[in-house]
Design a protein around this ligand. Structure first.
Ligand code: HCA
Ligand code: CU
Length: 405
């Protein structure tokens, strides 16, 4: 499929799903800050809680009072109940998202039949439309219902005038093939309204499932910053947005602002960022093994498939027991890196004359004698690293090959 021109929409739910992440407690000031940053970064919709608590309701009132300051639409998430919907509309909500369980387990929990639930959905749509607002209906636990039941209930919602429908993988048990089956079945059988995908990450498939859903016909992906949310969270904004452009799908997201936004949310919540986090993590662009550093000193395209700069992150070279000779030669032959090495004042290599003929061998042996693999790290901006690599290649008389994209 050629997706070159296809644009997908992003709904960010950090201020709703993300608030359900253990340890995330933000003040109104912090929540407004996040909302503004999400708006500046270019998401299409920002989802918030309705009257789930006094704290959230007061925030909703505050943000809805300033909707004209936002390019993104503000969507208020609430139960499929008149009271909740009325409360949201009374403080200015123009976009309502109601959720109601449609799987056998959820119907049992609510003590309702599928037909009764369908009637409630239709009633909620009518109620919201009469009040001039738009309505998304979330078919909670959709991926545990049968495709046939899901189609029936979505068709009833579409006929009642729903604006969009969310098909969440509430328990995170889908894989790209099974979620494709659900979305394709809806699209092939007359569901034409906007479809949202909201994939939980319990099996680490949230990103893959979100793209599978989009390729099968969904229009909008739900994300949160850092993937925050219930249990293992949902698809992370930072990965979805850069992956979209890597896969040839357009979004409005200014990806170069992602790393800072993700780090700022960690700082606000005092949650420790995992070093392995994709795209924005500390190690997302670090190379450690001698073979890797050898690769990128020849051609950065060998081991870096994304540009750190495109997501606001920085590349780094981590030196330790696995550092190869080439990695050490790079340090010695590029003046800026050599002075960096000197300034580190490492006991492991103290006493080695860096100007001597066999300095590289001596450092190599000294590092090999260690067992740690993070004795020191050279972190650079992408431009600086590229310049260093070029200097190095030139000093060795290499043909200048490709830089980091
Ligand atoms: C919830 C459930 C939900 C809803 C998703 C959506 C889910 O926490 O209320 O509204 O699209 O995962 O099913 O987050
Ligand atoms: Cu969810």
């Amino acid at each position: 499929m050629n997706n070159a021109q296809r644009r997908i929409r992003i709904l960010d739910s950090t201020l709703r799903e993300g608030m359900q992440h253990p340890g995330v407690n933000l003040t109104h000031f912090q929540m407004v800050t996040i909302a503004k940053r999400l708006d500046a970064i270019g998401v299409d919709q920002i989802e918030i809680h309705g009257n789930v608590s006094r704290h959230h309701y007061d925030f909703a009132r505050q943000i809805l009072g300033r909707q004209s300051d936002f390019n993104a639409e503000i969507v208020v998430h609430c139960r499929s109940m008149r009271g909740d919907i009325a409360d949201a509309i009374s403080i200015g909500a123009g976009n309502i998202a109601t959720y109601i369980g449609v799987s056998p387990a959820h119907l049992k929990k609510l003590g309702r039949t599928l037909e009764e639930t369908t009637n409630e959905i239709v009633e909620a749509i009518r109620y919201v439309r009469e009040r001039g607002a738009s309505i998304r209906v979330t078919m909670e636990d959709a991926t545990s219902a049968s495709s046939a039941d899901l189609l029936r209930i979505c068709m009833a919602a579409q006929n009642a005038g729903v604006t969009s429908i969310s098909i969440p993988d509430t328990k995170g048990t889908m894989n790209p093939i099974s979620i494709t089956g659900y979305i394709s079945h809806l699209r092939e059988n007359g569901i034409t309204v906007q479809l949202d995908t909201h994939c939980h990450n319990d099996l680490n498939q949230a990103v893959a499932n979100s793209f599978a859903a989009v390729l099968a016909g969904a229009d909008q992906i739900h994300t949160t910053i850092n993937g925050f949310g219930e249990r293992c969270g949902i698809a992370p904004l930072e990965v979805i947005s850069i992956a979209a452009s890597t896969y040839g799908l357009a979004t409005n997201v200014r990806t170069e602002l992602l790393t800072e936004l993700c780090n700022d949310l960690y700082a606000m919540t005092r949650i420790t960022p995992p070093s392995t986090q994709a795209v924005v993590g500390r190690n997302a662009f670090s190379n450690t093994a001698g073979t890797h550093i050898h690769g990128i000193t020849s051609n950065t395209a060998t081991y870096l498939g994304l540009s750190p700069q495109s997501v606001g992150n920085r590349p780094s070279l981590v030196y330790g027991v696995l550092a190869g000779r080439r990695a050490i030669e790079l340090l010695l032959e590029v003046p800026a890196l050599r002075s960096k090495l000197v300034s580190l004042n490492l006991p492991e290599i103290s006493g080695i004359d860096l100007q001597s003929q066999n300095a590289a061998d001596e450092i190599f042996n000294a590092l090999k004698g260690q067992h740690r693999n993070n004795l020191f790290t050279i972190t650079q901006s992408e431009a600086e690293l590229n310049t260093h690599l070029m200097t190095f290649r030139e000093s060795r008389g290499f043909k200048i090959s490709k830089q980091i994209r």
